[in-house]
Design a protein around this ligand. Structure first.
Ligand SMILES: Cc1cc2nc3c(=O)[nH]c(=O)nc-3n(C[C@H](O)[C@H](O)[C@H](O)COP(=O)(O)OP(=O)(O)OC[C@H]3O[C@@H](n4cnc5c(N)ncnc54)[C@H](O)[C@@H]3O)c2cc1C
Length: 642
């Protein structure tokens, strides 16, 4: 553990310290000119601090701080004119380009401007080399999955791309971990629970666990209670919570109970209504982190019921979703079956769309060969192509040329390679994060700007660690770990999927990717404040700190299986997403969500002149299908204006 860590985050440290003090002119000059043209340009293989990487956010932050235009100067006109300019190269922006071309024709000229060094937005591919093999990981979006069924539009795009969702069982190698006897476990840490201990997980919370391991055995609870480092009182309360069929709100009908539960946190439900020991609350505190980005102090009891957390079996709640219920917590059988995971997550969807838009940029022609295809980044922004994707380009201003009601074009200014320049567009889709839009689009009505600003996203950390073998997991009999008191609260061996020429790791002595997840938050505060604090924490934390925490956690969790971080870790990629999930409404904090009426996202996504607004934020729903649906709507609106 004490072996030296190289300061791979040196640049990050520099950017963070100078970023605040730098003038926009210095910021511009500090950026590389046209890095994408370098033959070695290949962002998926970069390790260290990724996600919102250094160089992607500084310009936007100087806009936010009101300093950008002080010294930025006048943008140079590139003379380029497009039928459509899209701001944001995530799945929504890429889908918007796709839908636009379907109606405007394949000769339509489209430019996509993206501030990161890669396309796909949250659908991010992480590549590693371990020995002589390539390992893939998902740096963001994990899979095709959504609590609600995909719409006809979203399903249509998925099948147009050639993805046969029903064929997924052909690719997932369910026997890999089962044949080794691996099961999900819980890591109790000594700071939170008094001792470090890995214990069988008696319940399955994620689709990942169920898809992989099947239902837990019937004596799993007995084993868990015998082994868990919990007090006798806490163990008795665990049993009561899971077994007693008690109605904790007697005398109310189901609707009234749900209304009460929607305004009460699950933590309060556990302490005030069920009356469980503090250790039980601590155990469940981080259970909803992966979906909500906050713990049970900020998630309603009604949502906890929808998520299948314990305590509701005697309450006779009508399974029809209740008012104000978060869509993440509404179970739907059709949606559950619509699941597909590529080895790089939904980055393959982004790559398949890019292949349609710019065939020369992604070689190959099948849905399986895209997994190993090496993208040619030099072809993304090629003058000969009707569709161009310009990476490392932060849009700083979007403005109609004249009165928005009658203007014939929009001017879009952006910074690329240290230069501030303008292109012209007949139409523009803003598929970027909604909180950015008020800073780049001054013309919008104030009420719309306010609604856009309220969509601050949920921060998340998705860490991928390439390790040389997984013998320690095999010795400990574990493939997935819930760690409620640790830095990363979830830790999984990669979901074993082989597709095309890509083979997942089959044997414990082969290299593999370990995926770790953290949601930075501050329990006890309202959800949005927790997200704001977590967002700042992600930007502030250096790679060195992330790496220390990763090494320490892996050593403590897997040490008894023989894991040695200095020996066994091949590479680390930390994908920080200070602006992660689209903010979903929460009945504890967003009173309108219970009361009905127009929601902020409906105000935020209104078209304005030649502008239309997409992104998953436009649906306040953090899923790929939302990104696609909102892209489709934005193009339908543009068609009406044409
Ligand atoms: C960690 C994580 C895991 C997820 N897992 C899943 C999952 O398993 N399944 C699922 O369905 N959904 C998942 N989601 C949600 C899903 O990824 C998103 O809903 C969807 O991909 C969002 O696509 P988007 O295009 O709307 O936004 P984004 O992917 O965020 O793309 C918007 C792009 O606009 C860019 N941009 C912002 N401002 C500017 C500017 N001024 N100039 C230029 N570009 C700009 C941003 O940098 C970004 O790249 C996950 C999200 C995260 C963060």
């Amino acid at each position: 553990m004490d072996r030296k860590i190289t300061r791979r985050d040196f640049l990050n440290g520099v950017a963070l310290t100078v970023g605040a003090a730098m003038l926009p002119a210095d910021l511009l000059a500090a950026l590389d000119a046209d890095p994408e043209k370098s033959p070695n340009y290949y962002p998926p293989a970069l390790t260290g601090l990724r996600g919102s990487h250094v160089g992607s956010f500084e310009i936007a932050h100087s806009l936010r701080d009101g300093t950008f235009w002080d010294t930025a100067g006048k943008p140079a006109d590139t003379g380029e004119a497009y039928d459509l300019v899209v701001v944001g190269g995530g799945i929504s922006g890429l889908s918007a380009a796709h839908f636009f071309r379907k109606s405007a024709g394949s000769k339509a000229r489209v430019l996509i401007l993206e501030n990161h060094d890669d396309f796909g937005g949250h659908a991010k591919r992480n590549e590693f080399r371990a020995g002589n093999r390539m390992l893939l990981g998902y740096g963001g979006t994990f899979s095709i999955e959504s609590p609600a069924p995909y719409s006809a539009v979203a399903k249509g795009l998925i099948s147009e791309l050639g993805i046969d969702v029903a064929a997924y069982p052909r690719y997932v190698q369910k026997s890999v971990y089962r044949s080794q006897g691996l099961t999900p476990k819980i890591f109790f840490d000594k700071e939170t629970f008094g001792s470090d201990k890995l214990v069988l997980n008696p319940s399955r919370h994620s689709a990942f666990d169920e898809a992989e391991m099947g239902e837990p055995s019937s004596d799993a609870w007995k084993k868990f209670l015998a082994e868990a480092p919990l007090s006798d009182e806490a163990k008795a309360d665990f049993q009561r919570l899971h077994q007693a069929k008690k109605d904790y709100l007697p005398g109310l009908n189901s609707d009234d109970k749900k209304a009460r539960l929607a305004r009460m946190s699950y933590a309060k439900f556990l302490t005030d209504l069920v009356g469980v020991h503090a250790e039980v609350v601590r155990f469940y505190q981080t259970a909803p982190h992966g979906l909500f980005g906050v713990g049970i102090d900020a998630v309603s009891a009604q949502d906890a019921w929808g998520l299948n957390l314990p305590g509701f079996s005697g309450m006779n709640l009508d399974p029809t979703p209740g008012k104000g219920m978060n869509r993440d917590a509404i179970p739907n059988e059709e949606a559950e079956q619509y699941f597909f995971h590529f080895p790089d997550g939904n980055a393959s969807i982004a790559r398949l769309i890019v292949r349609r838009l710019i065939p020369q940029a992604i070689p190959g022609d099948s849905v399986t060969d895209v997994v190993t295809a090496k993208a040619n980044y030099a072809k993304l922004d090629d003058t000969s192509s009707p569709v161009r994707i310009r990476l490392n380009s932060t849009v700083v201003r979007v403005k109609h040329a004249g009165d928005p009601a009658s203007a014939k074009e929009v001017e879009v200014s952006y910074v690329h390679g240290g230069k501030l320049q303008t292109v012209h567009a007949a139409h523009c889709v803003l598929a970027c994060w909604h909180v950015v839009i008020p800073y780049i689009c001054d013309e919008l009505p104030d009420a719309q700007k306010e609604a856009l600003s309220s969509a601050a996203k949920v921060p998340l950390l998705y860490t991928n660690v390439a390790i040389k073998n997984w013998t320690s997991f095999q010795k400990l009999g574990v493939n997935a770990i819930y760690a409620p008191g640790c830095y990363h609260t979830q830790l999984n061996l990669d979901l074993p999927v082989s597709m095309g020429e890509y083979q997942c790791s089959h044997k414990p002595d082969e290299p593999i990717v370990v995926h770790m997840m953290k949601t930075p938050c501050r329990p006890g505060l309202p959800a949005r404040q927790q997200h704001a604090i977590g967002r700042a924490e992600l930007f502030r934390t250096s790679f060195e700190t992330y790496e220390r925490n990763i090494r320490e956690q892996l050593a403590r969790t897997l040490g008894e299986g023989g894991f040695d971080p200095a020996r066994d870790i091949a590479a680390i990629t930390v994908n920080r997403w200070p602006h992660g999930y689209a903010y979903e409404y929460n009945s504890l904090w967003d009173k309108f969500w219970l009361e009905g009426g127009v929601t902020p996202c409906e105000v935020a996504r209104k078209p304005f002149g030649r502008l239309a607004i997409a992104n998953a934020d436009a649906a306040a729903y953090a899923y790929t299908d939302a990104a696609i649906d909102e892209a489709y709507r934005s193009i339908e609106e543009i068609k009406k204006r044409t």
